[in-house]
Design a protein around this ligand. Structure first.
Ligand code: 5AD
Ligand code: SF4
Length: 439
């Protein structure tokens, strides 16, 4: 491979989950600390990092089409690095299938990105997909400026092994970042301007650690410590597994004012046979009972979930049990997907894969129900007054965009500034946003 000039500008494109968004921010900070600058809007970057997602099939194909699209009109291409879960799972295949990719780096090794980019510019393609237990986080530069809302990865990996899912293979075993590191990173984020922090993890509510007195604590304990910072106004967390919703965390929803009344708690399906085949280790009923306890602690909590339709062997009546569960819960928002067979997962070799047309039809029925509930949830907010954290300017002059405590997007006009918490009366609801008036 020929040498190329060392890249001066970069762009990081993140796909998939919020943890990838966090990793993408950390990679940007790392490249900036190494002396590169982010490419301006519309400007060609010397280095493009594709921070990929492997959770569903289309995501992988998207990476290859993105690589193709990076080719410039004169036939040249930027230096391309593939990071994230596709890099972890298919690093070698990418290296042989896409010669324009010079760096492949997995989610546990991206602290090595600058040296790998330098190697690549010097003519040496490099792959790094080890999953060392040693802390990548310690090797990253300290956080500086933040938006009013910031992500903080507190936990990585998954030990649950749902039979459809690649995460336990691409992100590895569950690990919790140490308490002291998280407290320090949160402080820096708040000092940089963050007013809301979303704690992230593939199984965020499985986070455990030891506080400064050596006591063993869970996510609720961490949230309580972070909430003591007067400049931090809001705390959220995602994604949670039903089995890790501890009594302490449920209680915290009733006690901790800064813990926002919103919970993303995936259920995936409503049929107990399907849930068992998915290795979910909860039933529809145990999930509903759990929600009852959470609602007892925080009656106004907004619920969100993930759903998969067309898991191998799912019958029409089993799918309809998912619809019944949706009716029983009344989700404020949700994500729903067609089952996608992932190589190496147990479900991929299960019998009776559901035909694509059947999956399409089930997804449409499910999404119609979820959209109906989302609109109903937003409409039920109308005439209420709530606090909105202002995140950015809207499209129209004088317009501002922010979030309600229940994670609804709210827009309003008037005197405000980014990072401020304002009181807004909600006046008109659509499926995806609510119009408000400053009070
Ligand atoms: N097919 C479809 N959806 C999947 N998810 C995870 N793996 C698959 C798969 N193989 C969905 C789950 C999970 C969300 C992040 O992605 O609903 O909660
Ligand atoms: Fe995947 Fe299940 Fe782990 Fe979530 S809990 S990351 S769906 S294996």
């Amino acid at each position: 491979m020929a040498t190329t000039p060392a890249p001066k500008t970069f762009r990081v494109k993140s796909f998939g989950c919020q943890m990838n968004v966090y990793d993408g921010e950390r990679m940007s900070e790392l490249l900036a600390a190494d002396g590169m600058s982010p490419a301006l809007e519309g400007e060609d970057a010397d280095l493009v990092v594709l921070n990929t997602c492997h959770i569903r099939e289309k995501a992988t194909e998207k990476v290859y089409s993105d690589i193709g699209r990076l080719r410039r009109e004169d036939g040249s291409a930027p230096l391309i690095a593939v990071a994230g879960c596709v890099a972890q799972a298919e690093g070698e295949e990418i290296m042989s299938r896409a010669p324009s990719v010079k760096v492949v780096v997995g989610p546990q090794s991206y602290h090595r990105l600058p040296e790998m980019v330098a190697d690549a510019a010097a003519g040496k393609r490099a792959t790094e997909t080890d999953m060392p237990a040693e802390a990548k986080f310690a090797a990253l530069p300290k956080r500086r400026k933040s938006a009013p809302t910031a992500f903080l990865t507190v936990q990585e990996g998954c030990d649950k092994f749902c039979t459809y899912c690649v995460v336990p293979y691409t992100r590895g075993a569950e690990i919790s970042r140490p308490f002291a590191d998280l407290v320090e990173e949160a402080k820096l984020l708040v000092a940089g301007g963050a007013r809301e922090i979303t704690l992230l993890g593939q199984n965020v509510n499985a986070w455990t650690g030891e506080d400064d007195k050596g006591r063993s604590i869970g996510l609720d304990g961490l949230a309580r410590v972070l909430a003591a910072d007067p400049d931090l106004k809001r705390i959220r967390y995602t994604t949670s597994h039903p089995n890790d919703m501890t009594d302490g965390l449920i209680a915290a929803h009733g006690e901790l004012e800064k813990l926002m009344p919103f919970l993303h708690l995936p259920v995936q399906a409503g049929s107990d046979r399907v849930l068992k085949a998915m290795n979910r280790s909860h039933t529809a009923d145990s999930y509903l009972k759990l929600l009852e306890r959470i609602r007892a602690a925080r009656p106004d909590i907004a619920l969100s979930g993930d759903f998969i339709v067309g898991f191998p062997g799912e019958t029409t009546s089993e799918f309809e049990e998912t619809l019944h569960l949706v009716d029983a819960v009344g989700y404020a928002q949700a994500f729903s997907f067609k089952y996608s067979a992932r190589p190496g997962t147990p479900a991929a070799t299960m019998p009776d894969h559901v035909p694509a047309v059947v999956m399409d039809e089930r997804l449409q029925r499910l999404q119609a129900a979820l959209n109906r509930d989302q609109l109903a949830f937003n409409q039920a907010s109308v005439r209420k007054t709530c606090e909105v954290l202002v995140e950015r300017k809207g499209k129209h002059p004088g317009q501002w965009l922010g979030k309600s405590p229940w994670l609804q997007s709210v827009h309003f006009t008037g005197e405000a500034e980014i990072g401020q918490i304002v009181t807004v009366k909600l006046v008109e609801a659509g499926p995806n946003s609510i119009a408000g008036q400053l009070v």
